[in-house]
Design a protein around this ligand. Structure first.
Ligand SMILES: [Zn+2]
Length: 157
């Protein structure tokens, strides 16, 4: 069996670390829109850092319920901010998130999107307390009107 051919990416290497990290869900349907939003609207470098797990920031809300999950993400974010000198963290949640749909919030009569917004705000509080020198923003991505193929990003405060 022949060896696989090496591949040389034509994208120029950038040594300088980006100042922005985006915490998002792994759902690839939203990634092109997040990429365009990050560079086109937020002014982030195209090679911003990404922290992606299913459900995005959700583990940051689990310090009491699932501390292992919380600590997994906490340790990695602390390491990232220290090693890369991150100056801005942008947390993006999205409509129709399979992670949130799979969780049953009906017992607390909470819609998954409401839960996502609550979690974004809670995670943002933790991020601001933990990294007081880092700017923290939270956004929710949702499908645009049927007449538009695009995605809307709403700031969550
Ligand atoms: Zn998702």
């Amino acid at each position: 069996m022949p060896e696989p051919a090496a591949y040389l990416s034509p994208v120029p290497w950038k040594e300088i670390r980006p100042d922005t990290a985006i915490i998002m869900c792994v759902d690839g349907r939203w990634r092109p829109h997040v990429q365009e939003f990050a560079t086109g609207h937020l002014g982030a470098e195209a090679h911003y850092d990404i922290v992606a797990v299913p459900g995005g920031i959700e583990p940051l809300t689990l310090v009491d319920l699932v501390p292992k999950d919380f600590n997994f993400l906490r340790r990695r974010l602390e390491s990232l901010v220290e090693a890369h000198g991150t100056q801005r963290i942008v947390a993006v949640a999205h409509q129709d998130c399979a992670w949130y749909r799979a969780k049953d919030f009906s017992w607390r009569r909470q819609d998954p999107v409401e839960r996502q917004l609550t979690d974004l705000r809670r995670a943002a509080r933790w991020l601001r307390e933990t990294f007081p020198d880092v700017a923290v923003e939270t956004w929710f991505a949702r499908r645009g009107p049927e007449t538009s193929p695009g995605v809307i990003f709403d700031p969550i405060v």
